[in-house]
Design a protein around this ligand. Structure first.
Ligand code: S3P
Length: 203
C-alpha cells in the first residue's frame, strides 16, 4: 500500500467509506477499485439486500413493492455499517433515508459521485435492472431524481465528479479529498512524499 492509502486506513479506524450517488454514477465500480487500493473489503449493499431476500431487486419491487425494499435496505445497511472498515456502495435511494443518513454520518465517511445526465443515461441504459426506470420515460425520471436527490447528496463528506475517465483517476481524487478533508484531523502528516524505510538497516 502507498503511504497515502496507509494514512487513510489508520485515520478510518473502524469507520467505513460509503459511496453515494444516483444510479449509473459508478458507486460499485469506483468503490471496488478504491477498496483494492486501500486493501479493504468491498461490499455492495444492493447485492446484500438481494442475498438477504433471496430475490433480485427487480423481483423485490415486483413482489412486495418499493416500501418493502426501502425497509430492507435501511436494515441491511445498518447491519453492514457495524462491520467497518470497508468500502460500501449503496443504492441511489439509500442516502435519502434520514435514519440511514444519520447512521452513515456516525459510522462512515461518505463520498458522493456526482454525475451529469448524459453520463448517467449512457450507463443505466446498458442494463435492465433498475425498477425505478421501468414503464416510465427514463430520462425524465432521472431528471426528477437529480432534482430531488442532489441537494441531499450534497451533505456527503466528499464530492467527486464522476465522468468518463479511468476509474483510477476518480479513485486518486477521492483519496486526495479524503486526506485533505474529513479524515485530515485523524491523520499523520502525509502532505510530503513518503520516504521508504531503509531496507539496509542504515539510515
Ligand atoms: C435505486 C437504486 C438502485 C437500487 C434500486 C433503487 C434508487 O441501486 O438500489 O433499484 O432508489 O435510486 P443503484 O444506484 O446501485 O443502481
Amino acid at each position: 500500500m502507498t503511504a497515502r492509502a496507509e494514512a487513510i486506513r489508520s485515520a478510518l479506524g473502524t469507520k467505513s467509506i460509503v459511496m453515494v450517488g444516483l444510479m449509473g454514477c459508478g458507486k460499485s465500480s469506483v468503490g471496488r477499485r478504491l477498496s483494492q487500493i486501500l486493501n479493504l473489503p468491498f461490499i455492495d449493499a444492493d447485492e446484500e439486500i438481494e442475498a438477504a431476500a433471496g430475490k433480485t431487486i427487480n423481483e423485490i419491487f415486483a413482489d412486495h413493492g418499493e416500501s418493502h425494499f426501502r425497509d430492507g435496505e435501511r436494515k441491511v445497511i445498518a447491519r453492514l455499517l457495524m462491520h467497518g472498515p470497508q468500502v460500501l456502495a449503496t443504492g441511489g435511494g439509500a442516502f435519502m433515508n434520514p435514519e440511514t443518513r444519520q447512521t452513515i454520518k456516525k459510522t462512515a465517511v461518505s463520498v458522493w459521485l456526482r454525475a451529469d445526465l448524459p453520463v448517467l443515461m449512457r450507463r443505466v441504459m446498458r442494463r435492465d435492472n433498475r425498477p425505478l426506470l421501468k414503464n416510465v420515460d427514463p430520462e425524465a425520471r432521472m431528471r426528477e431524481l437529480m432534482a430531488e436527490h442532489y441537494p441531499i447528496y450534497a451533505e456527503a463528506d466528499v464530492v467527486v465528479d464522476s465522468r468518463e475517465v479511468p476509474h483510477d483517476a476518480i479513485v486518486e481524487e477521492i483519496i486526495t479529498l479524503l486526506l485533505s478533508g474529513p479524515l485530515a484531523g485523524d491523520m499523520p502528516d502525509c502532505s510530503q512524499p513518503a520516504t521508504e524505510p531503509s531496507t539496509t538497516g542504515r539510515a
